[in-house]
Design a protein around this ligand. Structure first.
Ligand code: ADP
Length: 629
């Protein structure tokens, strides 16, 4: 069988793929319509009755959450109609009849599929008038505290989704979170519902009265409450109950009233309603809107699905695990450690690290790289320093050896220098002895002879001192020195050698304050000594003309110069640079290290050395050293 694919094969497979895609597309287009027609019938109507108003917290939040969940989850098309029982706010509510008539006119002909009451006043109203309004309609009572449920009038057609308040738990948790609390001011309004809760609060909290004092703000106008809240004594906290109508009879929007209180209060505000959480209250154990909402949606769905409302039963919902607002915790200095175990902290503001993570990471990386670089450079500098010290040490040792060899050359001259004073001392001593043997020795003459002996002894000592100072083995160290004196000392050392070789050695220094450089005197003397010895060596190669070595010091700008010139044959032009290389020598016995050491010493003093030939013959070496200070 052939493995080749023909054009016809490709064409066939494309066509098959096209057909398959068309079938899929048709199926997709057809699917939603069939599903819709199966699940959605005519829209189900839900009458939602509010107790205080659609926007009134906490019930407004319950209603909003339930509606959103219903619309999201319901298998049926829904028509939610909302009405508000405003009369619940007033202490002396007017007649309810007109509102009942209004509802009857709306629903008598076509009653809703479900009536849902939000809060206790709405539940009571429906229970009272359902017979006249919509006798056969199922009732879902939600967002109602269990002790406010009118159980006597419950029917088989009702489902209750209730909550359970436990003030001992709420206030206990306040005291745990803020253990220094001495006083709790309870903010609550004056509507019948609020009056009911005021009594319940007082009753339930009675056992706590020994631990903390309570202020009940139920008899104050909200204006006065705000005044009090702005000047509370230390260790006081506020408890937000409810504020629908204050003692002065002014109706309030629950949300706005709390916000005003939060704006002026000098103490933290606690509440057990999740609906108030998220801006103004600290938090704690609270009634969860989501939990109530989920149960309500479940009940509505089951009732719409045909289940008997009376069969759908729930235990009252208790507080959800505690939640706290991080911003309020910061404001009132509440530490995480004082929160009950299992607490959740919300609204945590991102710290500097979270906010500028990349910038900080980049900066840290840059700093690290820079630190590594600086570290590396410091290390290198240290190693260079060590190497410098080591090389100076070597130089000092090498120079020392070189000095030994130079001094070796001077042995005859040194011996001569020592012999002279020693010989004079001997002669003078013998003369003095002879004079003392005489009958009347001339004491004045003897005194003169002794003075001569002393002078000769000092001369011999000076020769030895100089020798020792040149041969001294010292570590390389820079200090402030006077150059003329340092060079002068070398002159004294080699004067006799020069004289012995028939060479005139002269030294010229500028008159005045002297030349100050930073240097090692022994090493600089060695530089001059080596240069003079080389000059003397050069002179021995020539017999013609004047045999002269001139040493000169002078100031040239910021430098001190030492010049050593001779009248020898000079240096071959090509060798002017190479003479400083190690082992370069033109002498049969030479080592070729003298000038190399000289250059190393000069460079260690941050100076330079150069060689040239003088116009009238002879070599000239110039050492330049920076002037000190
Ligand atoms: P060495 O004296 O052992 O040869 P140096 O390094 O002191 O070693 O000198 C290197 C060479 O430089 C000498 O061999 C010589 O050729 C040359 N030189 C140094 N000084 C002079 C000078 N004053 N005149 C001529 N040549 C010189």
């Amino acid at each position: 069988m052939s493995g080749r694919i023909s054009i016809a094969d490709i064409d066939r497979s494309w066509r098959a793929l096209g057909v398959r895609l068309c079938i899929c597309l048709l199926a997709i287009l057809a699917w939603p319509e069939s599903a819709d027609s199966a699940e959605h019938g005519p829209p189900r109507r839900i009458l939602l009755l509010h107790s205080f108003g659609r926007e009134f917290r906490p019930w407004g939040e319950y209603a909003r959450s339930i509606k959103a969940a219903l619309e999201r989850q319901s298998a049926y098309a829904l028509e939610i109609q909302e009405h508000t029982l405003l009369t619940a706010r007033f202490n002396n509510p007017g007649p309810e009849a007109p509102f009942v008539d209004y509802l009857r006119s709306l629903y008598q002909v076509s009653p809703p599929d479900i009536v849902m009451s939000i809060g206790a006043p709405a539940a009571r109203f429906v229970q009272k008038y359902r017979g006249q309004l919509f006798p056969g309609t199922p009732l879902v009572m939600t967002a109602i505290e269990q002790r406010l449920v009118n159980r006597e009038e419950l029917t088989d057609n009702d489902t209750v989704i209730s909550v359970q308040n436990d003030f001992v738990v709420v206030f206990g948790s306040i005291l745990k979170v803020m253990p220094d609390t001495q006083r709790i001011a309870v903010v609550i309004g004056a509507s019948p519902l609020e009056r009911f809760w005021l009594e319940e609060l007082k009753r339930e909290l009675k056992p706590m009265e020994g631990r903390v004092a309570f202020d009940w703000y139920a008899d104050l106008s909200f204006e006065d409450i705000l005044k009090r809240a702005s000047a509370l004594p230390p260790h006081t906290v506020l408890f937000w109950g409810l504020m629908s109508v204050d003692a002065a009879g002014v109706a309030h929007d629950g949300d706005l009233a709390l916000r005003s209180l939060h704006a002026v209060a000098n103490a933290p505000i606690f509440s057990y309603q999740e609906a108030f959480f998220g801006r103004d209250t600290i938090g704690g154990p609270m009634l969860s809107i989501a939990d109530s909402s989920a149960r309500t949606v479940d009940a509505v769905t089951r009732i719409l699905g045909g289940e008997k409302p009376g069969h759908i039963r729930f235990e009252p919902l208790r507080y959800a695990p505690p939640k706290y607002d991080w911003r309020e915790m910061q404001r009132w200095g509440i530490g995480e450690s004082s929160l009950p175990r299992g607490s959740e902290i919300l609204f945590r503001e991102p710290g500097v690290w979270e906010r500028y993570r990349w910038q900080l990471a980049l900066t840290a990386a840059l700093i690290l790289v820079q630190a590594a670089l600086i570290g590396g450079l410091l290390r290198e500098r240290r190693q260079r320093r060590l190497a410098e010290v080591e090389s100076r040490q070597r130089l000092a040792e090498l120079a020392h050896v070189n000095r030994y060899s130079a001094v070796g050359e001077l042995t005859t001259s040194i011996a001569h220098e020592l012999n002279q004073p020693l010989g004079s001392i001997l002669t003078n001593t013998e003369t003095a002895e002879l004079m003392l043997k005489g009958a009347s020795p001339n004491l004045d003459e003897i005194r003169e002879i002794l003075a001569d002996i002393r002078r000769d002894d000092q001369r011999a000592s000076e020769v030895i001192r100089r020798l020792r100072s040149v041969l001294r083995k010292t570590p390389f160290e820079l200090r402030d020195i006077e150059l003329n004196g340092t060079v002068q000392e070398v002159m004294g050392f080699v004067a006799d050698v020069a004289a012995g070789r028939g060479v005139t050695l002269s030294f010229y220094a500028p008159a005045g304050l002297g030349l100050h450089v930073r240097g090692d005197p022994v090493q600089l003397q060695q530089v001059v000594l080596n240069l003079i010895l080389n000059a003397l060596d050069a002179m021995s190669e020539t017999s013609a003309g004047k045999r002269e070595v001139i040493v000169l010091t002078r100031r040239a700008g910021q430098f001190a110069e030492i010049r050593v010139g001779d009248t020898g044959p000079g240096i071959a032009t090509g060798d002017l640079e190479t003479v400083f290389n190690p082992f370069f020598t033109t002498k049969p016995e030479g080592m070729g290290m003298g000038l190399a050491i000289v250059r190393t010493i000069v460079e260690a003093h941050r100076g330079t050395i150069s060689a040239e030939n003088q116009p009238l013959g002879g070599a000239l070496f110039t050492v330049r050293l920076p002037i000190a200070g």
